[in-house]
Design a protein around this ligand. Structure first.
Ligand SMILES: Nc1nc2c(ncn2[C@@H]2O[C@H](COP(=O)(O)OP(=O)(O)OP(=O)(O)O)[C@@H](O)[C@H]2O)c(=O)[nH]1
Length: 392
């Protein structure tokens, strides 16, 4: 991979495309329909901010956070599962950047541990000790689950998992009867040590056992999803991204903005990343594959490392920077990287605000000569985001 990375270069703000006119041997500038489409999105945003009401009840609640007693819009997630299934390792790797190999030395969790994540969407993760049965009569369900938006149930796929499934089934049935709005996210974890065949057999078996139990109890449409995860690759970040996305009320708006950006700028895939956690809070609706996520997340690692050396203070809300010597015009970090093996393809990164970065895998016909136009459309996208997340 050859890099042509130019961090810290201010993005030109150019709404026009230069068109060569062969008849007159002259150039003219024209505003493209694509720009107008993005403009229209921007103008419609005040309506788009709240998802349109749907006739049928959605399968998942999409961020209205019905359990939040505090009404602060902050999602609360709970990590549950048998002891040694990998709960603390997951939160340490994803949110504290602990190298996966060092999770070997993590001590058993003895009390509920809270991790607060400060991002575009502040959220809290509670790590529950695996040896305590919270469904026991000694525990108050309302106090434990009353404010939770999603339960992440971790199953160790390398271990005997029948007990874990029984405990999960009991929990899901109680949640369905008492807290039906809580999303249950099952992480079939530690799949790194399994052969491909055994991995997919185990995954299918776990899904089947949970679904059978649910449909026997009459809950055919329970909000339960399954993921194969491991802390030794990007699968844990991908799974967490999908869990968090379900709790973002603005997701439909973000997706339609990204779709529009992709079609107007011939982008193959666009991700909106929370830079520090490497969780993507939205992507366009074209099919996702772990390969493109891995390329983008690797790119973020490189950019974060370089920014630690060459970065600058971002302007605060009143437009001043903590370090007033910062050059004028350096508002957004941006970077391009060329992937030699993939012909003309390149990756485009643009900082959106102090938490978010947009990363795009550009399509074949979107060569870097069109960068001015892409910059312009990304500028419009960024403006739209500042309306969706005011104050970010
Ligand atoms: N192979 C493999 N091992 C993992 C993975 N995730 C965690 N582990 C290992 O699993 C062991 C238990 O991990 P913990 O995170 O302490 O488990 P826990 O669920 O928090 O355990 P309790 O605190 O007892 O509830 C550690 O030795 C980790 O290194 C994974 O994805 N793959």
């Amino acid at each position: 991979m050859m890099t042509s990375s130019y961090l810290s270069i201010p993005a030109p703000y150019q709404p026009f495309e230069m068109i060569n006119d062969p008849g007159t041997h002259s150039c003219r500038y024209t505003m493209k329909a694509s720009d107008l489409t993005m403009m229209r999105y921007l103008q419609d945003l005040h309506q788009a901010e709240t998802p349109a009401p749907v006739a049928q009840t959605p399968k998942y609640h999409t961020g209205r956070l019905p359990n939040s007693r505090a009404q602060d819009g902050k999602p609360r997630l709970m990590l549950m599962g048998q002891k040694r299934s990998g709960k603390s390792s997951i939160s340490s790797v994803v949110f504290h950047k602990l190298p996966p190999s060092e999770t070997l030395y993590l001590e058993t969790t003895t009390h509920i541990t809270k991790y607060s994540v400060h991002s575009i969407l502040d959220f809290a993760i509670y790590d529950l000790p695996g040896h305590i049965n919270y469904l026991d009569d000694a525990y108050d369900d309302e106090a434990t689950f009353g404010e939770v938006d999603a339960v992440i149930w971790v199953i160790d796929a390398q271990d005997e998992y029948l007990d874990a499934i029984n405990a999960l089934n009991r929990t899901v049935l109680i949640l369905q009867s008492r807290f039906p709005t809580i999303n249950v996210e099952v992480f079939v974890h530690k799949v790194d040590g399994l052969s491909e065949d055994y991995k997919s057999d185990t995954f299918r078996d776990i899904i089947q056992r949970v679904q059978d139990e649910l449909s026997d109890a009459g809950y055919d449409n329970a909000p339960v999803s399954f993921y194969q995860t491991s802390i030794f690759d990007d699968s844990i970040f991908e799974a967490f991204s999908k869990v968090i996305q379900k709790l973002i009320p603005q997701l439909p708006t973000l997706e339609s903005l990204l779709n529009s950006l992709c079609s107007n700028c011939r982008i193959e895939k666009a991700y909106l990343f929370d830079v520090l956690s490497k969780i993507y809070i939205a992507t366009d609706t074209s099919p996702t594959d772990i390969g493109s996520y891995e390329i983008c997340s690797g790119y973020i690692d490189v950019v974060v490392d370089i920014s630690e050396i060459y970065g600058w203070d971002r302007p605060t809300e009143n437009g001043h920077t903590a370090d007033e010597d910062t050059e004028d015009g350096m508002q957004d970090g941006e970077s391009l990287i060329t992937m030699e093996k993939k012909g003309n393809n390149y990756l485009y990164l643009r900082e959106i605000n102090k938490y978010l970065a947009l990363i795009c895998l550009m399509g074949e016909d979107s060569n870097s000569e069109k960068k001015v136009l892409i910059d312009y459309n990304v500028g419009v996208f960024k403006e739209a985001l500042s309306k969706i997340f005011p104050g970010a």
